[in-house]
Design a protein around this ligand. Structure first.
Ligand code: BG6
Length: 484
């Protein structure tokens, strides 16, 4: 369905995010007939490009990241691109942008800040000073939203000085992933799960976001962040919220975000006294990944004194009626054995077995929500081995692979999220108080680490992280699902 007429201004339009994600996402939405004929994508950066230069740049981005680009569709898409040079430092170029936008003051106007967070405040202020905010204006920002609660507050104050909260779209691209949205469908469009979705029936939950890649060309940024800030404060806590939240009243943005906020506030604090027991930090050393030998983190960084963690495992608890006593084991890291993101909901064992020893072990049911690769949902259940023999039991997956079930291209998270910005739907975007609550839980962990004499444990690239992370769950008599 076509969205309403809009002008989308992208700052940092010649950068990496635009190249890999934004331009490809917009191209796909255009191919699917979602961009109105007069929609304008106004790209902007410091580079002195003409419209045609930028179109050439976009063409190149699409051939690299989309691959099979349809020649006619490409022309239709490129016709929507415009370019204006803006130098944020000197302030040059804002008049040009105003002239372009003033041509259509009544259409939806979105500003996408695909730039570093240190520029958010300046750009927002300039947008305000240039008189570009209309009542149909929205602004999009993306993590890192601060490096702790205090810096997040400053950043949000700066953006909030120009835009109202209902105009601010804080992207967490994990919320745009198909399977993540399916988690909501699974929980709230089926009667089957909700009655079991609590401490009485669920033993524990695991959330793993494992990456095979290293820090790539981003070691500079990454070293100031680390895995806790880069992945847990945002993506993983958001996933945890969707698993743990109470049923919202509706899909309305504030109903959903109110429920997520309650989960974040109910997270039991991890303090200096408990951090050693409840958290494990790691940093990769040289090893092997699918492509062959790879260097260690410090070698990639070109320094040998960094204690930035490239892996973290945590045992979190949500102190409320539904979840008391149910651990949420969270882990994420770079240069792990494989790229896999999944949520595993482990149910409690059956209370009593009626089968004799020949039946074998009866595994407790498990629901696996796989985000990537091979998106899908699996329910592990016990069945009888076929045949006339005795009663031998086996665990099999009731499988729902999205690629099999729907023979359609799986849209990238950004496609969904950009269109939600245009539609003004904030359900899949983080509200300011969520960001604050997430930092309020993460800050004491960072402080505990900063005050600890221990440094991250080394792990060999291409493995599942430090063995202490295995001990973290084994101490509780559990294991990480299907690792290693
Ligand atoms: C980003 C992090 O937010 O998410 C990266 O900054 C990480 O470090 C990336 O690699 C992972 O996203 P995805 O969609 O590839 O799982």
């Amino acid at each position: 369905i076509e969205v309403d007429e809009f002008d989308l201004v992208v700052f940092g339009a010649s950068g990496d995010l635009a190249h890999r994600k934004l331009i490809p996402a917009l191209y796909h939405r255009c191919c699917d007939g979602q961009l109105p004929e007069n929609a304008r994508i106004i790209a902007s950066s410091r580079r002195k490009y003409s419209d045609d230069d930028y179109k050439a740049w976009a063409r190149e981005a699409l051939s690299e990241h989309v691959g099979d680009v349809d020649a006619d569709a490409l022309e239709v898409f490129l016709a929507r691109l415009h370019y204006v040079t803006i130098d944020i430092g000197s302030g040059e170029g804002w008049d040009d942008l105003r002239t372009i936008l003033d041509e259509r003051p009544d259409v939806i106007r979105a500003f996408y800040l695909a730039v570093g967070p240190d520029l958010f405040g300046t750009i927002c202020k300039s947008i305000g000073d240039a008189g570009l905010v209309t009542d149909k204006t929205r602004v999009v920002i993306e993590k890192p939203i601060g490096k702790d609660g205090a810096s997040a507050k400053t950043l949000n104050d700066n953006v909030g000085g120009v835009f109202d909260e209902h105009q601010i779209f804080r992207i967490d691209h994990y919320l745009g992933k198909e399977t993540v949205q399916n988690l909501m469908a699974l929980r709230f469009a089926n009667a089957l799960f909700e009655p079991l979705w609590n401490a009485a029936h669920i033993d524990h939950v695991q959330i793993t976001v494992a990456e095979a890649l290293g820090t790539g060309g981003r070691a500079g940024y990454y070293d100031t962040a680390g895995a806790l800030r880069d992945m847990v404060q945002n993506h993983i806590l958001q996933l945890l919220c969707l698993v743990a939240m109470e049923p919202p009243e509706s899909m309305n943005a504030d109903s959903v975000r109110d429920e997520k906020l309650k989960v974040l506030k109910a997270l039991a604090p991890i303090t200096e006294a408990t951090a050693d027991k409840l958290t494990v930090r790691g940093q990769y050393k040289a090893g092997a990944s699918a492509g062959g030998a790879v260097p260690g983190y410090l070698e990639e960084l070109g320094r040998d004194d960094s204690t930035t963690e490239t892996f973290v495992a945590l045992k979190a608890e949500i102190a409320n009626w539904r979840w008391a006593g149910v651990p949420f084991y969270l882990r994420t890291g770079k240069r792990l054995a494989q790229r896999v993101s999944e949520i595993v909901v482990q149910f409690r064992p059956i209370p009593h077995s009626i089968f004799d020893e020949e039946a074998g072990t009866i595994s407790a049911n498990r629901l696996i929500i796989r985000l990537q690769p091979d998106e899908g949902v699996q329910m592990k259940v016990m069945i009888k081995d076929p045949g006339p023999g005795g009663m031998r039991l086996r665990e099999v997956p009731l499988d729902m692979s999205f690629a099999e079930a729907f023979k359609v291209r799986n849209p990238d998270a950004y496609e969904r999220l950009i269109m939600d910005v245009i539609r003004g739907n904030q359900t899949l975007f983080m509200r300011r108080d969520e960001v604050d609550a997430a930092w309020a839980w993460v800050d004491p962990i960072l402080a505990a680490w900063a005050n600890s004499k221990e440094t991250p444990r080394g792990y060999t690239a291409g493995t599942w992280g430090p063995s202490a992370s295995i001990a973290l769950v084994e101490r509780d008599g559990r294991t990480w699902a299907e690792d290693g």
